[in-house]
Design a protein around this ligand. Structure first.
Ligand code: NDP
Length: 449
């Protein structure tokens, strides 16, 4: 072990001791400090002020009970969270996740990632994340409304348009944002931009629903350009079939790529002919309206369904994991590389395990980590906040152009901080250092924050 490895291990030992059992949080911190600790060697001012030690400690954690009554008149109880991680460069900003696996460690990992991601967008947004172990799957609209109203009844004390602005994530789409916004308005008697991902008629922005998936495709395009390639003619494997996956399909297809897989937590579909515009419309109806399962796609379009597996066994040029954390392990990474995959762009947060990332980097695969590649969603939430503040709405073209510029600039930042002596770009290092510097400088300037 060299001296830097020692420092990384020492730092991690303290993080683990202070945050026991929070495995995903440990994983996210380690991934970041492996880039930052070497950088601090040449920038001792951050060490002296213990900036990194402060950045792994949330400014505030709120945990609360959420009682609600189901359609059978029975009392139910869930746990609600909001992690206010860092407000050095703007109000806390980050999504809400409703999923049975939600716990403190998962939300702290997401909030930590969010700080770096939001900084990379160049917009004035701090980092936060929240949610609940409530599972919207199989619940009626009425039950979802009852739960979200109870959730917001507590959360409203802690958020505000200039304090903390939540948005959607897994299990939180426009339906959930709508019910929460309605409840916030009833309790506060104000119509403000306190949530993003709102409906167009009530303060939302054009292109926000599409933004994460579109941004991910734009980022893949920028990465491929560095090797003289583009998405045109590429075969693309995408996981998930929710918000991010659907819009990644849309933009990849518009840019000339062919998407051959989609998945949900039960399995994946393989459609070698490609998920075209008509098939995507079917997926959107199936997932967003009927709330069905992805295997139904195969019945309709007569293609293969693989139960209980992820799509990474399929031959492709580009992989876009767009479902959830740790959905792509080192064996998947090896299979992808052996099958000729040259580019992996993370639409989800931390979908690749650390061993998978190491293998991609060792093999010089173009690897775009989520905090850079999926930052288009929160960036467009930032654009929604601006439109709410000026009380004007921009056109679809204006928002998409701004989103595109932001993704190009994030790529430039990754290049600036991640270019290696052999000319390759290490996007992990680039995104971590690029995201860190702005927040760290703001913390230094603000003193004891
Ligand atoms: P959705 O709830 O719309 O879709 C999630 C998709 O992932 C579904 O297909 C779901 O399948 C699948 N999935 C969820 N959990 C698991 C699991 N444990 N194993 C396998 N599949 C799973 O969420 P989003 O599309 O919004 O989010 C997807 C990812 O993108 C998340 O990591 C999120 O943090 C990240 N992200 C989202 C942003 C946004 O703007 N929405 C912004 C930036 C990142 P099933 O229906 O079976 O659960």
């Amino acid at each position: 072990m060299n001296q830097q490895d020692d420092k990384i291990e020492q730092f991690m030992a303290e993080v683990i001791a202070g945050n026991p059992g929070e495995l995903e949080f440990h994983q996210a911190v380690k991934e970041v400090i492996r880039s930052i600790i070497p950088f601090l060697e040449d920038n001792p001012k951050y060490n002296k002020a213990k900036i990194l030690e402060r950045m792994v400690e949330p400014e505030r954690v709120i945990i609360f009970r959420v009682p609600w009554i189901d359609d059978n008149g029975k009392f139910q109880m869930n746990r609600g969270f909001r992690i206010q991680m860092n407000s050095a460069i703007g109000p806390y900003k980050g999504g809400l996740r409703f999923h049975p696996t939600v716990n403190l460690g998962i939300l702290k990992f997401l909030a930590f990632e969010q700080v770096f991601k939001n900084s990379l967008t160049t917009l004035p947004m701090g980092g936060g994340k929240g949610g609940s172990d409530f599972d919207p799957k199989g619940k009626s609209d009425n039950e979802v409304m009852k739960f979200t109203q109870s959730f917001m009844t507590e959360l409203q004390r802690h958020i505000g348009a200039d304090t903390d602005i939540p948005a959607g994530d897994i299990g939180v789409g426009m339906r959930e944002i709508g019910y929460m916004y309605g409840q916030y308005k009833r309790l506060k008697n104000e119509f403000t931009g306190v949530l993003t991902g709102k409906g167009l008629e009530w303060g939302g922005s054009l292109v926000r629903p599409q933004a994460t998936g579109y941004g991910c495709a734009f980022f893949a395009e920028e990465m491929l350009k560095t090797r003289g390639k583009s998405l045109e003619g590429m075969s693309v494997a995408i996981s998930g079939s929710g918000n991010v996956a659907q819009h990644a399909v849309e933009k990849v297809t518009q840019l000339g790529g062919k998407v051959v897989t989609l998945s949900d937590s039960n399995g994946f579909i393989y459609d070698p002919k490609g998920v075209d515009v008509e098939k995507l419309a079917y997926v959107m109806e199936l997932k967003n309206v009927k709330r069905g399962r992805i295997y139904e796609y195969c019945r309709k379009y007569n293609c293969e369904y693989v139960e209980g597996r992820t799509p990474w066994i399929v031959r492709c040029n580009v992989a876009m994991p767009c479902a959830t954390q740790n959905e792509l392990n080192v064996n998947d990474a090896r299979t992808l590389i052996n099958n000729g995959c040259i580019c992996v762009t993370e639409g989800a947060n931390m979908p690749s395990t650390p061993e998978a990332i190491d293998l991609f980097l060792k093999n010089k695969i173009l690897f775009g980590p989520g905090k850079a590649a999926n930052a288009g969603g929160v960036a467009t939430s930032g654009l929604e906040m601006t439109q709410n503040s000026i009380r004007l709405g921009w056109t679809r073209e204006e928002v998409e152009q701004k989103l595109h510029n932001i993704m190009v600039n994030i790529h430039k930042t990754c290049e600036k901080y991640g270019k290696e002596s052999d000319g390759n770009i290490n996007y992990v290092k680039g995104a971590n250092i690029g995201g860190f510097v702005k927040v760290a400088d703001a913390m230094l300037a603000q003193g004891l924050v």
